[in-house]
Design a protein around this ligand. Structure first.
Ligand code: NAD
Ligand code: UDP
Length: 335
């Protein structure tokens, strides 16, 4: 009996594997290493003292996935595998629909054929687009504004249709806000290939001297200091959210949950917190707004608390401390 973790060597997947192993679950990691390193598997083993099964493969190969599920007597799937860069999704939309939509369709077909009907799916707060009301509740209007967001929204709709057609499915859709930080050990963390797009990895790389400066995309938003506000969530809290979701999936359902802290921080607040914990100056330059960005986004996380018994425990300081610890110990990532 095991849990199949697709994309399990990636940023969120690797941290979730640690929590699953620590909780006594058996796991099989499946990843094509498109955006991750095999070294993550060795690090997961170093942290937990348990060796996970690793299979290199692609979720778009239905027959292969079906065999993996049957051979390993899988009872559930946590599905992280996919692409996540908004800008790239605008340049190469078909690639995003192939990996994220077609990939998930192939996985669902394999699960159905193997009789595995329990799924935790990685969605994103991006499915809310530019929210009308804050904090964002799960029943807010859904309206993605780019191909990446639309690929998540299409999969969400697919999952709701699947459940409506066959109520034996147990599905949790987790809408992540902004995952940051790293495991306390500093052994696993985010290692974006190429130039990172997200704020926190860039801030960490500037503090570590790997990058010269940060561009702040806009200081004229209707926020207290004019810079964008987001709900940053510690990666270990997020990983534990998956464990809680899986444990709560004992009844048939298809439910979406926000995984955020409920607290928004501006770009300037993140910079100041990072400067404080790293004792480094973050050089930055003001720049025009980034196309497609919204002013403010933070979660109402109450549903996850009520139904999953989950809430985020780490604050911004710990997010920055653990991010900095990972950066100092792994200045070039896993390389
Ligand atoms: P990541 O790139 O670190 O991990 C994704 C993993 O999936 C990688 O290891 C990659 O090699 C693998 N993969 C990609 N395509 C595959 C395929 N066809 N077959 C097998 N493996 C494949 O990304 P992450 O930050 O860990 O994100 C995990 C999931 O969470 C993604 O679905 C992403 O869209 C979603 N998400 C991420 C964020 C974020 O800010 N990190 C926010 C919201 C949602
Ligand atoms: N941001 C920035 N400079 C960067 C990257 C991000 O000013 O180089 C800002 C961005 O405009 C937003 C916030 O930081 O207000 C978080 O951006 P990120 O890309 O990490 O998350 P998302 O916008 O997808 O929520």
């Amino acid at each position: 009996m095991s849990i199949l973790v697709t994309g399990g060597t990636g940023y969120i997947g690797s941290h979730t594997c640690v929590e699953l192993l620590n909780a006594g679950h058996e796991i099989v990691i499946l990843d094509n290493l498109n955006n991750s390193h095999l070294e993550a598997v060795r690090r997961i083993e170093r942290i937990t003292g348990k060796k996970p099964v690793f299979i290199q493969g692609d979720i778009r190969d239905t027959q292969f996935i079906q065999k993996v599920l049957i051979d390993n007597k899988s009872t559930a799937v946590i599905h992280f595998a996919g692409l996540k860069a908004v800008g790239e999704s605008c340049e190469q939309p078909l690639k995003y629909y192939d990996y994220n939509v077609n990939g998930t369709l192939c996985l669902l077909n394999a699960m159905q054929q193997a009789g595995v009907k329990t799924l935790v799916f990685s969605s994103s707060a991006t499915v809310y687009g530019d929210p009308e009301k804050l904090p964002i509740q799960e029943n807010s209007p859904l309206k993605a504004t780019n191909p990446y967001g639309r690929s998540k929204l299409i999969v969400e709709e697919m999952l709701r249709d699947l459940y409506a057609s066959d109520p034996n499915w147990h599905i949790a859709i987790l809408r992540y806000f902004n995952p940051v930080g790293a495991h306390k050990s500093g052994l696993i963390g985010e290692d974006p290939k190429g130039i990172p797009n997200n704020l926190m990895p860039i801030v960490a790389q500037v503090a570590g001297g790997r990058r010269e400066k940060l561009h702040i995309w806009g200081n004229d938003y209707p926020t207290p200091d004019g810079t964008g506000v987001r709900d940053y969530i510690h990666i270990v809290d997020l990983a534990i959210g998956h464990l809680k979701a899986l444990e709560a999936l004992d009844s048939a359902q298809c439910t979406a949950f926000n995984l955020g802290t409920g607290q928004g921080y501006s770009v300037m607040e993140v910079i100041h917190a990072f400067e404080h914990v790293s004792n480094k100056k973050i050089t930055y330059e003001m720049a025009p707004r980034r196309s497609g960005d919204i002013a403010e986004c933070y979660a109402d996380p109450h549903l996850a608390k009520e139904q999953l018994g989950w809430e985020a425990k780490h604050g911004l300081r710990e997010m920055c401390e653990d991010m900095w610890n990972w950066q100092v110990k792994n200045p070039q990532g896993y390389q």
